[in-house]
Design a protein around this ligand. Structure first.
Ligand SMILES: Cc1cc2nc3c(=O)[nH]c(=O)nc-3n(C[C@H](O)[C@H](O)[C@H](O)COP(=O)(O)OP(=O)(O)OC[C@H]3O[C@@H](n4cnc5c(N)ncnc54)[C@H](O)[C@@H]3O)c2cc1C
Length: 475
């Protein structure tokens, strides 16, 4: 089917203003936030903006009939080309389908359509004293559909876990257009162990098995108090040791973040007013809960950290907390300041390693950076071993781009070698599927079989997540 025919068919399903086929309109959808997308152009044949389950179903039937790829897209904030049409086809832009259908506070759950932005959902829940705990840094842009598809999380995952822990049920349109409800057709219970757990199968499936058109999420009581402790270390090894001491004291902070010496330097270059102490590492502990508990836990953390750190500060004062947090919140952007012509790239940026290997991983990433001649800034969620690595290069230099690609490959392989994962947050998409067999072994082939069973025509977001057919490169 040529583009004109495709546009005509899509206009039978959608009003004309929700079918985008112009060259420029399609080009807008040819990138996400990934490094890879910068150098490759994945322009879809058409883009549609569904706002009803029946519309998605009709697109899937049309696509299946003509063997066209279909790619779901939320906000496009992903870092892995997940929402890009790497084999052409139709992009389903779900971002304007952003209705919170019901906040069922009596049953501690919420029903939402996929395009609801994470931040907006939590703003709406705040009035009920509730919240949806996963907290990606992209909160003001990413959609709930994208979060479920990527099983997203953030710096509070150490206490609250990832999105998967809150998804009670999903409405999913399958590649043949059928619509299913996972987690029980009319279920509003929060506990349900009946049947195979199809909800978990679709969470984190990155759009390769079906389109998520409605989510039922569990929500939690919103903590009323918060406090932050900052500890400064002269020796990197003392930082994870302190985290372990805190865990062993019976405290589970809501966030534990690390900035190593490279991140501290970058932040101070970016904004000297932040003035972080020069050190091998800085830890930020956040605790939340009720005021008395927060005070007790914060003081205890300060006491424990004081045994290894060169300085510790604990506060519940709002302004001071914002000050202490400022360094961490600008790190991702500050990284580029390491050199005047530098850009921070999002590639190899979110490996996770066993907690006991965090120090070794940080040291080895620094060594790899030196070996490959690429400056690297390290920071991240030390509490659960999720390290953010920020290579800084001159994007105009082809040689530096190639050096960075080699470094990133080495970082991914290091994560697997250390018993970790190539991605703790951002997912696989089209940039990490070449590691699927190394990371998952035979289980990766079972993933392929599941995909074949649900999508025998391979039209649902092909070329992503699963091991490439040929064994390497993008399938
Ligand atoms: C500044 C910044 C900070 C970030 N911080 C974090 C972080 O802290 N933690 C984290 O986990 N991620 C983070 N990310 C990555 C990204 O924001 C998350 O993965 C996010 O959940 C993606 O949501 P999205 O709506 O942008 O999805 P998109 O990028 O549009 O899509 C992501 C994937 O989900 C699929 N998809 C989207 N919607 C659906 C649907 N309805 N049905 C089926 N499949 C679907 C797409 O096909 C694609 O594979 C960050 C990104 C940026 C740019």
């Amino acid at each position: 089917m040529d583009r004109q025919q495709l546009a005509a068919e899509l206009k039978k399903i959608f009003p004309a203003e929700r079918v985008l086929t112009g060259e420029l309109e399609r080009k807008v959808y040819s990138y996400d936030s990934s490094f890879y997308a910068r150098f490759h152009s994945f322009v879809p044949d058409a883009v549609v903006l569904p706002r009803a389950t029946g519309e998605v179903s009709a697109v899937m039937r049309l696509a299946l009939k003509h063997g066209l790829p279909v790619v779901p897209r939320g906000a496009g904030s992903g870092e892995t080309c997940g929402c890009l049409a790497v084999r052409g086809g139709i992009v389903l832009d779900l971002s304007s389908w952003d209705t919170i259908e019901e906040i069922d506070a009596a049953n501690m759950q919420v029903f939402a359509r996929p395009g609801v932005v994470h931040y907006n959902l939590n703003e709406s829940l705040a009035g009920y004293g509730l919240f949806f705990p996963p907290d990606p840094g992209s909160t003001r842009m990413c959609t709930i559909g994208g979060m479920v598809a990527n099983n997203s999380s953030g710096l509070r995952a150490v206490k609250y876990g990832a999105t998967e822990q809150y998804v009670l049920g999903l409405e999913v349109v399958l590649p043949d257009g059928r619509v299913i409800q996972t987690g029980g057709v009319n279920c509003r219970a929060v506990k349900n162990v009946s049947g195979l757990n199809l909800t978990k199968l679709f969470v984190g499936s990155e759009g390769v098995l079906g389109v998520i058109t409605r989510v039922r999420l569990r929500v939690w009581p919103r903590p009323v108090a918060r406090g932050i402790a900052m500890a400064v270390f002269a020796d990197l090894e003392e930082a994870p040791a302190t985290v372990l001491d805190v865990y062993r004291s019976g405290i589970l902070p809501s966030g534990i973040e690390i900035l190593d010496s490279s991140a501290i330097r970058a932040v101070n270059m970016y904004n000297p007013a932040i003035n972080l102490p020069e050190a091998e590492a800085i830890l930020l502990f956040e605790v939340d809960g009720n005021p008395a508990g927060v005070e007790w836990e914060g003081r205890k953390i300060a006491e424990i950290a004081g045994k290894r750190a060169v300085s510790v500060e604990w506060t519940t004062d709002r302004e001071r907390m914002a000050d202490l947090w400022r360094g961490r919140s600008v790190t991702a952007v500050a990284a580029a300041r390491l050199r005047p012509d530098g850009s921070r790239i999002f590639a190899g940026e979110d490996i996770s390693v066993p907690f006991s290997k965090v120090t070794e991983a940080l040291r080895r990433i620094k060594e790899l950076g030196r070996e490959h001649g690429v400056a690297v800034v390290n920071y991240g969620h030390i509490g659960d071993g999720n390290i953010h690595t920020a290579p800084v290069i001159n994007l105009e230099s082809r040689e530096e781009v190639e050096q960075a690609n080699r470094l990133v490959d080495a970082i991914h392989r290091l994560a697997i070698e250390m018993g970790g994962s190539t991605t703790g947050e951002h997912g696989v998409g089209a940039v990490r599927n070449q590691y699927a067999l190394d990371e998952h072994g035979e289980a990766a082939n079972v993933m392929r079989k599941l995909k074949q069973a649900l999508d025998p025509g391979n039209i649902m977001n092909p070329g992503k997540l699963l091991p490439p057919e040929g064994g390497s490169g993008n399938d």
